[in-house]
Ligand binder design. Structure first.
Ligand code: C2E
Ligand code: CA
Ligand code: CA
Length: 651
């Protein structure tokens, strides 16, 4: 009942509903007029002879003209989009129209009733009930109009028939009386369903709009870098692929710019400052490259540039230099200003078939070359680079074969205790004498093995050889074995290595694993855990190449190392460069203070060995003592050297 009363009111505060209501109504009302006109004219025709002309003809014709006029109006105006205010106004008009027409047609039919015989009166009854009900159905979207029409029609019908004296009509009137309530109920439930439908449709539309909005944001995020607003890596490659597809004969010129010195900005001034630098770099690049090229952020501090297609080699080179120069301008951050620099690798491809990855790899390789020179600036991908890359590719293929596993060997470089001059162990160094390519340096095949995930298998093969070697070496000699970042940062691999050691029966205290700081950086927490487990098993851990990488004291502090290896870059320049000497001295002191051993590598002369001894460095290795040797020769070397030392010590 409450619902019903509420539905009679026009919902002024619900604009969407008003519009929906009006639209639904406008599709029904024309039917209402057609019904009224046809049925009224049918009644008029049958009464034309029995009733006065004004009643049988003029009034229905007049009312019909009004109906036709309204019908045309609805046909023209009902289909247009209305504002909620106009919908409200028009529905109020419809309400008034419904009352007027109901009274008009109802009154006319009742007035006509007295002029007809029984069958004509039956027709009037039919007109009142059936036409009335049909009209009410056409008005269900406007419940107040439907209710008023019902009440007027039924009241007129009931009163007229009740007093007609005709028992059939009286019975019809009584049953009609009982019809009103169920009828109003039907109208109400129909309207409630309609209201629910409008609500649901509205919710659905809202959800759809939200989903579309989300889609838009997602597709923007999928193709744009959120920080700088530039195209992201995915978008960069998609654009490249599209260009290569559209114009395969003229591949685009692309460059990769990498910021030098960005990490310290992030570390020292925080990520917010780092973000400012990246955003400002993006802005500078876009203003340099302009609309005709594409600037993308490929990740971190790496930017990709697709150069405008009409640039000459010289113009590209100038633009590349311009990008590097733009990066050198100071950056304003809240704490002051910072400076970074940039390196740029460019591929200016000759006509030919390329994939997006080919081009990227070439530009990246050129970038790698310029970065390794540490001079900054621009480097173009050259035919020499092509040769190196091809060889790299061939090596990567060969690494996957059984030849590699078979050809892989270890050589052993003696490690000397400076105080006693004795060999205390060896560093095991990987050697690959390929039947196809000849000897390949570990500096070439180890990174390749890391790239192609062959490294795990390689380490296991080599460790197997090292363990076998330890079994035939005198028990006082130890072996230092190099692990790659991939080995130490993978819990499973390192546990598999530990299991190999345990299974071999070799005393774990005779084994040392050498790891670099770069290895630690890739996953410090895993490395930390793995080191703990290995040390608990008796294996000692040396930090290799100390001084070349990140060289953070916090690493030495946080991780328990047994040894620091001073990189050969310092030791080799020891007698020429005072800084190298100072660094070596500091590291030796640091080790003494921490109570751990220091190892100098790259000792190439007796003088250097003497100086190192003077600085308190405990162990040394290098060409001065011996180059890396095959196993038997290494064992022989140790036996001879240690015997000679023993002899020279006076009894
Ligand atoms: P590293 O661990 O720093 O090894 C020392 C490198 O210095 C070796 O180069 C060694 O031959 C060389 N060397 C030794 N004494 C001297 C010297 O007096 N002067 C000069 N100029 N060089 C000297 P190598 O054997 O070419 O190894 C290069 C790098 O490859 C190694 O550097 C190590 O990082 C990696 N590596 C070698 N073997 C393995 C291995 O079995 N596994 C892993 N993961 N890496 C290995
Ligand atoms: Ca090493
Ligand atoms: Ca080293």
């Amino acid at each position: 009942m409450k619902n019903f009363i509420a539905s009679l009111r026009l919902q002024k505060d619900n604009p969407k509903f008003l519009v929906a209501q009006f639209k639904a109504l406008s599709s029904q009302i024309p039917i209402l007029y057609v019904l009224l006109v046809i049925n009224a004219l049918a009644v008029a025709i049958t009464h034309i002879k029995s009733a006065p002309l004004w009643l049988s003809l003029y009034i229905p014709v007049g009312l019909s003209i009004v109906c036709i006029f309204r019908l045309c109006w609805w046909e023209i105006n009902g289909k247009e989009n209305v504002t909620p205010e106009r919908a409200l106004r028009l529905m109020k008009g419809t309400l008034a129209g419904a009352v007027i027409l109901t009274i008009g047609f109802g009154g006319w039919a009742i007035a006509l009733y007295q002029y007809g015989d029984a069958s004509q009166q039956g027709q009037i009854a039919y007109f009142l009930v059936v036409t009335g009900i049909s009209c009410v159905f056409c008005l269900t979207h406007l419940p107040l109009a439907a209710t008023i029409t019902t009440v007027i029609t039924f009241t007129a019908m009931v009163i007229t028939f009740l007093f007609s004296g005709n028992p059939v009509f009286v019975a019809t009137a009584v049953s009609g009386l009982f019809l009103v309530l169920p009828f109003l109920r039907v109208i109400n439930s129909y309207f409630q369903n309609f209201a629910r439908l409008v609500l649901l449709t509205d919710e659905l539309q809202q959800k759809q709009a939200e989903a579309e909005e989300l889609n838009l944001v997602n597709s923007r995020n999928a193709l744009h870098d959120q920080l700088t607003g530039l195209a992201n890596r995915r978008s960069f490659f998609l654009s490249l692929e599209r260009m290569l597809q559209q114009n395969p004969s003229s591949p685009p010129v692309i460059g990769i710019v990498d910021l030098d010195g960005f990490k310290p900005v992030n570390d020292v001034f925080g990520h917010a400052a780092g973000d400012l630098v990246l955003k400002e770099t993006a802005r500078r690049f876009v203003s340099l490259v302009g609309e005709r090229g594409i600037v993308a952020r490929l990740g971190g501090d790496e930017f990709g540039i697709i150069f405008p297609s009409d640039l000459t080699l010289r113009a590209v080179s100038e633009l590349g230099l311009g990008l590097c120069a733009a990066v050198r301008d100071p950056y304003e951050i809240p704490d002051g200003s910072v400076r970074v620099s940039g390196s740029c690798g460019i591929v200016y491809p000759e006509a030919g078939e390329y994939t997006a990855e080919d081009l990227y790899e070439k530009a990246d390789f050129a970038l790698y070359q310029v970065k390794s020179k540490r001079t900054g600036g621009v480097e173009f991908f050259s035919p020499e680079h092509e040769k190196i890359l091809t060889q790299r590719y061939l090596i990567e293929l060969e690494l996957q074969t059984d030849n590699f596993a078979r050809e892989l060997k270890l050589e052993y470089q003696p490690i000397i205790e400076l105080r006693s001059d004795r060999v205390v162990g060896f560093e095991a160094l990987a050697r690959w004498d390929s039947a196809r390519f000849g000897r390949i340096s570990p500096d070439a095949f180890i990174p390749a093995a890391e790239r192609t995930a062959v490294i795990g298998r390689m380490t296991r093969i080599l460790l197997g050889q090292a363990l076998d070697a330890l079994k035939i070496m005198p028990a006082h000699l130890r072996v230092s074995f190099n692990l790659s970042a991939r080995d130490i940062c993978d819990h499973e691999t390192s546990m598999a290595l530990l299991a190999m050691v345990t299974r071999s029966g070799v005393d774990p205290r005779r084994i040392e694993f050498e790891i670099t700081e770069t290895a630690l950086l890739s996953d410090f927490d895993t490395a930390d855990k793995v080191i703990g487990v290995l040390r608990a098993a008796g294996i000692s851990i040396a930090l290799d190449d100390f001084g070349t990488g990140y060289s953070s004291l916090s690493h030495i502090h946080r991780l328990a190392f047994d040894k620091l290896k001073i990189d050969k870059a310092f030791v080799m320049n020891f007698d020429r460069d005072a800084r190298c000497m100072n660094i070596t001295r500091s590291v030796a002191n640091l080790c003494q203070n921490l109570g751990i051993a220091s190892v100098a590598e790259g000792v190439e002369s007796g003088e250097v060995a003497e100086s190192l001894k003077g600085l308190g460095v405990r162990l040394a290795q290098g060409y001065h003592f011996s180059r890396p040797l095959p196993l038997e020769m290494a064992i022989d070397y140790a036996a001879k050297r240690n015997a000679a030392v023993s002899q020279s010590i006076p009894a």
